[in-house]
Design a protein. Structure first.
Length: 539
């Protein structure tokens, strides 16, 4: 089995090392590894094979906020194992010191970080990565420990009164759950989050539509509870096996045998606190040509105006997606799902008709990005019906639409760099109706610069007719303007109280356990959230 040699953490803002921890004797200095990493052109892969070193070294790396994590290995090892270890390490550090993870937090808790690294990896072999199990052997830093450590001059980890020694008899037999968990108020929360990606043709027909779901779970219940959660899908046959769920990935606490025998039932003993219970994928186009409706639809029209220099983007908030009329459409929830309560229990502060609930979903954070070609220098005559926009010269248009808007229109005229650079050629432009002239780099369009001359010859009967020349000139303008027209629009939005796949948390029950207490009824709640960041509308 392969091993890892060391861990190096750097602050990318100052390029200073924050921590060095060796499990095995490293063969290459950390400064050399850092210089090799920075010399690699971007985008840098997460796994670098440094064959020029002796011995050859595999350098694993991830970036998190302003921190760079580097792990070298001189033995053959599974890459996904090391990368997963790095991500687990980041999660553990954020669990101990709070998010976001900053360099100052690592420097202030250096002793705790070293203890964690010692427990998580032994002699280069990855050992324990569950935060709940680590809390049984490494106590998180507390404010009182820091105060006592500042007075005594001793690290808080060495104070027996603040970090009691844990022997093997008190360690939890469940790796992902710490022992002696106690909470005054039992609570269980589920967050079902889906990330939407889709591509639509200029005709409006969907070319692809996909949803990636995450079931986030928060457990605050004493003892060792045994839970069962039931998922359902939209339609008359509410079996989760017919919902199109593919590539499900579960937390180690989930009993896979129960899921295989009863699809849709998750039986598990949860870790304490927040964790990801499962992830899944759903194809929102189970059949070719199936209709896919998004809460935000966009229509892009180009080559508008008398000279074809304008484009228009129309945005529509389609609230009918949440109604029962669209419940039978592939990839969307049923009316029963949309009208169900967002809570399993009851709470005085909760109202079923609250904005952003399953009974009243709300579309928020609508952002439409309009990529423009590099030939566009600026926009003129911009008209925004609702919302606000931003546009830097040579960049894309970012249009933000406030919540509660049913529809909005963005219209603008493009100004090409060639037009701006040749704005002094007024006489040639008036004679030929073209500001580009010849030799502007537009190839087949440069011949229209003689439109004025052709029109004069037409009047004399020596060439084409004058009206035909004018039409040719206008056609040339439209062809040149199409060079600066957008080719697509990127749509981003979020919807609270709705998921595109229609997957629903039907029930969540405490079916047993140790130390839970008889008749305990924890407060249970579920929230649904959909985010779209990769919806492309072509034009």
């Amino acid at each position: 089995m392969g091993t890892i040699d060391a861990l190096y953490i750097y602050d990318t803002l100052t390029s200073t090392p924050l921590l060095q921890h060796h499990w095995r004797r490293p063969s290459t200095s950390p400064s050399h590894l850092l210089s090799t990493y920075t010399a690699t052109p971007t985008p840098r892969p997460s796994v670098l094979y440094l064959t020029t070193l002796t011995p050859p070294t595999i350098l694993f790396n991830i970036l998190h906020n302003s921190l760079l994590f580097l792990i070298p290995s001189t033995t053959e090892i599974e890459p996904l194992l090391v990368l997963e270890f790095l991500h687990r390490l980041v999660d553990v550090l954020e669990d101990y010191f709070g998010a976001p993870l900053l360099p100052a937090k690592l420097e202030a808790n250096y002793e705790t970080v070293i203890l964690l690294l010692t427990e998580m990896c032994d002699d280069g072999l990855i050992f324990t990565t569950e935060s709940n199990a680590l809390r049984d052997v490494v106590t998180p830093p507390s404010l009182m420990g820091k105060l006592v450590g500042a007075v005594t001059g001793l690290p808080s980890s060495s104070l027996p009164s603040l970090t009691p020694t844990t022997n093997s008899t008190t360690l939890s037999t469940i790796p992902w759950r710490r022992s002696h968990v106690k909470h005054l108020t039992p609570e269980l929360y589920v967050d079902l989050i889906e990330l939407l990606t889709a591509t639509f043709a200029p005709s409006g027909l969907p070319l692809a539509a996909h949803a990636s779901g995450t079931i986030a779970f928060t457990s605050k219940i004493s003892g060792v509870p045994d839970l069962t959660m039931t998922l359902s899908s939209p339609g008359s046959n509410r079996s989760i096996s017919n919902a199109g769920l593919t590539n499900p990935c579960f937390h180690p606490c989930v009993r896979l045998s129960r899921w295989k025998s009863h699809p849709g039932e998750l039986s598990f003993v949860p870790p304490d606190g927040k964790f990801v219970l499962a992830t899944y994928e759903v194809d929102l186009m189970p059949q070719a040509g199936a209709a896919v409706h998004m809460p935000v639809s966009v229509e892009v029209n180009t080559n508008l105006g008398p000279e074809g220099r304008e484009f228009e983007v129309k945005a529509f908030i389609n609230s009918s997606v949440f109604s029962s009329s669209s419940s039978s459409m592939p990839g969307f929830g049923s009316s029963k799902h949309s009208s169900s309560s967002a809570r399993f229990g009851t709470s005085p502060s909760f109202t079923a008709q609250a904005q952003g609930s399953t009974s009243n979903p709300s579309v928020e954070d609508v952002v439409i990005t309009i990529p423009l070609p590099r030939t566009v220098k600026a926009l003129a005559n911009v008209r925004v019906g609702k919302g606000e926009y931003g546009h830097e010269p040579g960049g894309d248009v970012v249009w933000r639409i406030p919540a509660g808007v049913g529809s909005a229109v963005f219209r603008a005229e493009v100004v090409l760099k060639a037009w701006a650079d040749n704005s002094d050629s007024d006489e040639e432009g008036q004679e030929g109706g073209d500001l580009l002239g010849s030799g502007t780099g537009f190839g087949e369009y440069s011949s229209t610069a003689s439109g004025g001359k052709a029109g004069k010859e037409g009047k004399e009967g020596k060439g084409v007719e004058g009206p035909s020349a004018g039409a040719s000139s206008r056609k040339g303008h439209s062809a040149k303007a199409s060079v600066g027209m957008p080719r697509c629009a990127l749509v981003a939005f979020s919807v609270k109280g709705w998921v595109a796949s229609g997957v629903k948390v039907e029930s969540l029950k405490v079916v047993g356990g140790k130390g839970v207490g008889e008749g305990v009824r924890p407060y249970k709640g579920v929230k649904y959230l959909s985010r779209a960041e990769g919806v492309v509308v072509r034009c």
